[in-house]
Design a protein around this ligand. Structure first.
Ligand code: GDD
Ligand code: MN
Length: 381
């Protein structure tokens, strides 16, 4: 039997909301003459949700999947989408925050080919937030939204109300459905080309309470980092590398000063020594952060390789400074600019060495014999 729209609704302890949301969806789609099914994905709330759905199922096409061994909004949504039989999938919250009346409009936009992913947006013209949201909550939500804007061309990438054609679902193994932002995950990983939005008025829940904790917000930052890495792999590595380098400079400077003031070491030697501390710091953080998804080459090989390439980078940094300030009239008058150019050249070189030589990609380890030869030759050193 053909079904046009599957409405997937993740639930955790939402027994009071289940009848209301079921009727709201059913009314909206029946009025628009759209064949539908409703799938609740419940994480073993054990609050009577199952019975509630069974009662509704006598008159409305609704079912509930109860997951006993897993807990989490995003994986629940993915699980529901996998079970969906509709041509289109809509995901929404159970707590009546999202207006079911907007679903037909969402489907229209997908069906006409105007868009391939639709988000119910609070921030597009005509959309709005619940009047009860205080300043802090609005501000928090806005900052979270801004952070995600470069990833997808939608005004409300946080939204838990979205729709797409089921056949466009990205392969599950490419997803890392962690935390709350499964819509953002799908729109980025699915590489949807024409995301669009319909305006919604977001209403605060009446029954039960939100499950969004501050831990979820921390998870969100990790999630964002991963999505940036996926979408802009080169740039995100570069920025993290530059950031680590900037913190390394602080270490360099602190050590340089500390060696002199605490141990009475001469400034020339202090300068030479602080480099090692800073380079090691940079190496450790690049290993942990910038290149966390690359091969974990043995430390006793990687550390010297990194320090060595840092020395080369520094030599060029310093050499540039010397050449510019000796021979170029402009820089003779502006030493600080020469220093900046030197730093940029050094940074570029260090970054290139780090990417190509020191932190090798994972695929190499598996497929590319070259890199095994490289690490073996490294062993022999
Ligand atoms: N199965 C399952 N498992 N469902 C869950 C879980 C879980 O661990 N946690 C939450 N849910 C369900 C809730 O029962 C509800 O139907 C829906 O997911 C949203 O949860 P809320 O706790 O109401 O979230 P919120 O209102 O704070 O956040 C909503 O708005 C955000 C934007 O402000 C969600 O739509 C977010 O996705 C959205 O980013
Ligand atoms: Mn809610």
């Amino acid at each position: 039997m053909y079904c046009k729209v599957s409405v997937v609704i993740p639930t955790y302890k939402e027994v009071k909301n289940i009848p209301h949301i079921t009727r709201a969806v059913s009314d909206a789609l029946t009025a628009a003459a759209i064949d539908f099914e409703i799938i609740f994905v419940d994480d073993n709330s054990a609050d009577g949700s199952e019975t509630a759905v069974e009662q509704l199922a006598t008159s409305i096409p609704v079912r509930i999947i109860v997951r006993k061994n897993e807990r989490g909004l995003s994986t629940a949504v993915v699980c529901g989408i996998e079970q969906a039989v509709g041509e289109f999938v809509v995901v929404m919250d159970a707590d009546l925050s999202h207006p079911a009346e907007r679903i037909p409009e969402m489907i229209d936009k997908l069906e006409s080919g105007q868009n391939d992913f639709i988000v119910g947006s609070r921030y597009v013209k005509g959309g709005s937030l619940d009047e009860n949201w205080g300043f802090f909550r609005r501000f928090n939500s806005l900052v979270a939204t801004w952070l995600a804007l470069p990833l997808a061309h939608i005004s409300d990438p946080m939204s838990g109300f979205f729709a797409f054609r089921k056949s466009n679902m990205p392969e599950t193994h490419r997803l890392s459905p962690i935390g709350y932002k499964i819509g953002l995950e799908l729109v980025v990983k699915g590489e949807f080309k024409q995301p669009g939005e319909v305006a919604i008025h977001f209403i605060d829940r009446q029954y039960g309470e939100s499950k969004l904790s501050w831990q979820e917000q921390v998870k969100y930052l990790r999630h964002l980092r991963r999505l940036y890495q996926f979408r802009f792999p080169f740039l995100s590595e570069f920025f993290q590398f530059a950031f680590v380098g900037a913190t390394g400079f602080i270490i360099d400077l602190s050590l340089y000063l500390a060696f002199q003031s605490l141990f009475g070491i001469q400034h020339i030697f202090a300068r030479g020594m602080s480099f090692w501390g800073a380079a090691s710091w940079n190496w450790a953080w690049n290993r942990l952060l910038t290149f966390s998804n690359r091969k974990k080459t043995r430390k006793r090989i990687q550390w010297p390789a990194f320090v060595l390439t840092s020395l080369v980078g520094f030599a060029f940094n310093w050499g540039t400074y010397v050449v510019l300030t000796e021979y170029v009239p402009f820089f003779q008058a502006h030493h600080v600019y020469a220093l900046m150019v030197g730093v940029l050249i050094g940074l570029g070189l260090n970054f290139t060495f780090a990417r190509l030589l020191v932190f090798r990609p994972f695929e190499d380890q598996i497929h590319d014999e070259d890199s095994q030869a490289w690490s073996r030759s490294g062993d022999n050193k």
